[in-house]
Ligand binder design. Structure first.
Ligand SMILES: NC(=O)c1ccc[n+]([C@@H]2O[C@H](COP(=O)([O-])OP(=O)(O)OC[C@H]3O[C@@H](n4cnc5c(N)ncnc54)[C@H](O)[C@@H]3O)[C@@H](O)[C@H]2O)c1
Length: 576
C-alpha cells in the first residue's frame, strides 16, 4: 500500500523555489515522520532529487538566491532502491550503490527512497532505523565510566534504541545523571539524556548493582601517573567486574585510550582468566577508538567513521554490526594493535603538527617574528603544506597524554617511538611563553611583577568548539603560576561557569569590558570567538600589555594606542 506522503515527508517539484520548499519543511516538521528533508519529483512522481537541511545551509553560504528553483541545489540522481527488494537486502544494496558512486558516501546517507520499476517514488525509509532493526536491534549494553566519552556514547546509543546501563563509581555523578542533568558541558547532550531517561532506554548504576548485559564497553580514564606512565588502575578494576559477569556470546569493547598491546595482553588475559571463557570462541573482544571532538561529540558520534580492530574476524564482524547502528561508516583494521594505534596516531599527529607551529613561534621570538603572520605567508597559495596556527600551549585531557601513551608499551616501559615526547616538550614550552612575554614587558618598563593586575581570558583548554573542560588547560597552569606572584589575578571565560572558577580558587570578573579596562596585563589564552568581542581592548586606558595568544584582535589599532603593548606568539611591539 502506498504511504500517505502528507504525513511522511515534504514533496517538492523541481520548479518550486528554495524559499517555498524551506518554508514547507519548517511549517510541517512537527507532523512529518522524516524531518529536514524534501524529495523532489516530476509530474509523474518519478524521484529526481533530494534536498536536505545541509544542502540548504551550503546554498546559503554560497549566496544562492532563495528565489532560485529547488532543482538548482538538489542532489540529482539520489541513491534509491527498488521497492521489490526484500528488507534484509536493502543495506547491502545501499553499500553496493555507495561504492559505485563517486558522488556519495555512506556517511551522507540518512534516508532511503524506495521506487518501483518505473522510478516512481513509493516510500521512504530511515537508514538508521533499518540498521538497528537489521542488527538484532535493541541490545543491552553496559558502558563503564560516565565521563566525556562514556556519557556521550551512552546517550547516543540509547537514542538509537539500545538499552544502556551507564556504570559509574562516583555516586554524586550518578545522582545528577538520574535527574537528567549532565555533569559535563556538551551541546545537545542534556536534551538527548532527558529523552533517553523518559524512554527508559538508559539507566545509571554502580558496579555492584549491574544487571546482565550482552555488550560491555570500557570508557574509564587512563591518565598518566606522576612518573608519566599510563595509569591502568580504573581499567583493571572494570575488568575484574566484567570478568565475573561474562557469559557465552558476549562482546567486550574498549574505548579508552591505552598503550599498544594492552587489549591483547591485559584485557583479554584478565577476562579469560576470570571467566574461564575462550576469546574469539566463547566471547568477542574489539577495540573501537573514540575520536570525537569535545563540543561536537553528539554530532560526530553519528557521523565519524568508526574504526574497529578485533581479536578475530568474527569479533570484528560482531563489533562492526553493533557500531553500524550508530554510524553508517565502519573502518575495519587488521588487528587489535592496529586499532589501538589509529587513536594514538590521530592524536600524536595532531600534537606534533601543533608542536611544529609552536616551535616556529619560539624560534620566531628570537627575531621578533609574529608566528601567525609567518605561517599565513608560508601557507598562502602553497598547496603542499597546511601548517596549523601556533598557540600558547596545547592542553586538554587527550593531547597532553596520548603522545606519551604512544611511546609506552602495555607494561609501562618506553617503546621505540620518540616523536610524541618531542611534541609534548615543545608544546609545554609554548604554554610558558606568555610568562616570557610578561617578563620582557616588566624588564623593558622597569615594572615589578607584583604590581601588576593580570586578566586571563579563556580558561577552558580550547575555545572552539565550545567546551567548559579545564582539564590540563594551559590557562589553569598559568593561573597557578601567577596567582601569588602578581598584585591581582582575575579571569574570564565565555563557557566555564563562574562558580566552577571560584571552586578552583580563581577570581572571575563579572564584566569582560571592565576587567580589560582595570588590568595592566591581558592574556588571551584560548580561541573562543567571544574573547575578542569587547571594545575595551581598543579604548585607551592605563598602560597595558595585551597578549593576543590566538591572533583574534586588531594588532595595528592596539599598537597605535600610546602606552599599549601588543604581543602574540613570537612577537611583541617594539619599545615605544
Ligand atoms: N575526553 C575526550 O574527549 C576523549 C576522547 C577520546 C578518547 N578519550 C579516552 O577515553 C577515556 C575516558 O576519557 P574521559 O574524558 O571520558 O574520562 P573521564 O575522566 O571524564 O571519565 C572517566 C569516568 O570513569 C569513572 N570511573 C573510574 N573508574 C571506574 C570504574 N571502575 N567503574 C565505573 N566508572 C569508573 C570516573 O568516575 C569518571 O567519571 C580515556 O582513556 C581517554 O583518554 C577521551
Amino acid at each position: 500500500m502506498k504511504p500517505d506522503f502528507s504525513k511522511l515527508v515534504v514533496i517538492a517539484s523541481p520548479e518550486d523555489t528554495l524559499d517555498s520548499t524551506l518554508r514547507l519543511m519548517a511549517e510541517k516538521s512537527h507532523q512529518l515522520i522524516h524531518k529536514g528533508i524534501a524529495l523532489v519529483v516530476d509530474e509523474s512522481f518519478h524521484l529526481i532529487g533530494i534536498v536536505t537541511d545541509g544542502d540548504v545551509r551550503r546554498a546559503y553560504t554560497k549566496n544562492v538566491s532563495f528565489e532560485s528553483p529547488i532543482s538548482e541545489i538538489m542532489v540529482k540522481d539520489p541513491i534509491s532502491v527498488s521497492s521489490d527488494l526484500p528488507v534484509d537486502k536493502i543495506i547491502p544494496e545501499i553499500y553496493r550503490l555507495v561504492r559505485q558512486s563517486p558522488r556519495h558516501s555512506s556517511n551522507s546517507i540518512r534516508h532511503i527512497p524506495l521506487v518501483n520499476e518505473k522510478g516512481v517514488l513509493v516510500d521512504l525509509l530511515d537508514f538508521f532505523d533499518l540498521l538497528i532493526s537489521q542488527s538484532g536491534s535493541h541490545q543491552s549494553v553496559a558502558i563503564f565510566g560516565m565521563g566525556y566519552v562514556g556519557l556521550t556514547l551512552s546517550v547516543a546509543l540509547a537514542s538509537r534504541g539500545h538499552l544502556v546501563t551507564g556504570v559509574e563509581i562516583n555516586r554524586s555523578v550518578r545522582a545528577q545523571l538520574d535527574k537528567g542533568i549532565p555533569h559535563i558541558y556538551e551541546p545537545g547532550l542534556q536534551e538527548m539524556l532527558k529523552s533517553a531517561l523518559e524512554a527508559k532506554s538508559i539507566e545509571f548504576s554502580s558496579e555492584l548493582k549491574l544487571p546482565n548485559n550482552d555488550i560491555y564497553i570500557i570508557a574509564v580514564g587512563t591518565p598518566l601517573d606522576d612518573s608519566f606512565h599510563p595509569n591502568l588502575e580504573a581499567l583493571n578494576s572494570v575488568l575484574n567486574v566484567i570478568g565475573r559477569l561474562l557469559k557465552h556470546g558476549d562482546l567486550v569493547m574498549l574505548r579508552s585510550t591505552i598503550p599498544i598491546g594492552t587489549t591483547r595482553n591485559i584485557v583479554i588475559k584478565t577476562l579469560s582468566r576470570l571467566s574461564g571463557l575462550e576469546p574469539g570462541k566463547n566471547f568477542s573482544v574489539a577495540f573501537a577508538p573514540e575520536r570525537t571532538i569535545e563540543g561536537k561529540a553528539m554530532h560526530e558520534l553519528r557521523s565519524l567513521p568508526q574504526v574497529i580492530g578485533g581479536f578475530s574476524n568474527s569479533c570484528v564482524s560482531k563489533a562492526s554490526q553493533f557500531w553500524s547502528t550508530l554510524t553508517p561508516s565502519v573502518v575495519q583494521v587488521s588487528s587489535l594493535e592496529a586499532s589501538e594505534m589509529v587513536k594514538l596516531a590521530n592524536n600524536t599527529f595532531r600534537d606534533l603538527s601543533f608542536a611544529f607551529s609552536n616551535e616556529l613561534a619560539l624560534l620566531g621570538h628570537e627575531f621578533n617574528v609574529d608566528a601567525f603572520d609567518l605561517i599565513q605567508a608560508a601557507n598562502e597559495g602553497y598547496p603542499r603544506n597546511v601548517i596549523p596556527s601556533p598557540s600558547p600551549g596545547v592542553g586538554g585531557y587527550c593531547l597532553t597524554k596520548d603522545p606519551i601513551i604512544y611511546g609506552s608499551d602495555h607494561q609501562g616501559n618506553r617503546n621505540q617511538a620518540v616523536l610524541g615526547n618531542i611534541s609534548r616538550s615543545i608544546n609545554e614550552m609554548a604554554s610558558k611563553y606568555p610568562l616570557t612575554i610578561i617578563n620582557h614587558y616588566c624588564q623593558r618598563n622597569a615594572i615589578n611583577l607584583n604590581h601588576l593586575k593580570v586578566l586571563i581570558v579563556g580558561l577552558a583548554f580550547k575555545g572552539e568548539p565550545d567546551t567548559s573542560d579545564i582539564r590540563n588547560s594551559t590557562s589553569i597552569y598559568l593561573c597557578e603560576h601567577l596567582k601569588d606572584k602578581v598584585y591581582r589575578l582575575f579571569v574570564w571565560d565565555a563557557v566555564v561557569t563562574s562558580s566552577l572558577l571560584v571552586d578552583i580558587g580563581l577570581n572571575p570578573a563579572s564584566s569582560l569590558d571592565q576587567a580589560i579596562i582595570d588590568s595592566d596585563v591581558v592574556l588571551i589564552l584560548n580561541n573562543h570567538r567571544d574573547n575578542a568581542k569587547s571594545k575595551s581592548y581598543y579604548n585607551p586606558s592605563n598602560k597595558k600589555l595585551i597578549f593576543d595568544g590566538w591572533h583574534q584582535l586588531d594588532k595595528l589599532t592596539i599598537e597605535n594606542i600610546p602606552d599599549y603593548t601588543y604581543a602574540t606568539m613570537g612577537y611583541m611591539s617594539p619599545h615605544k
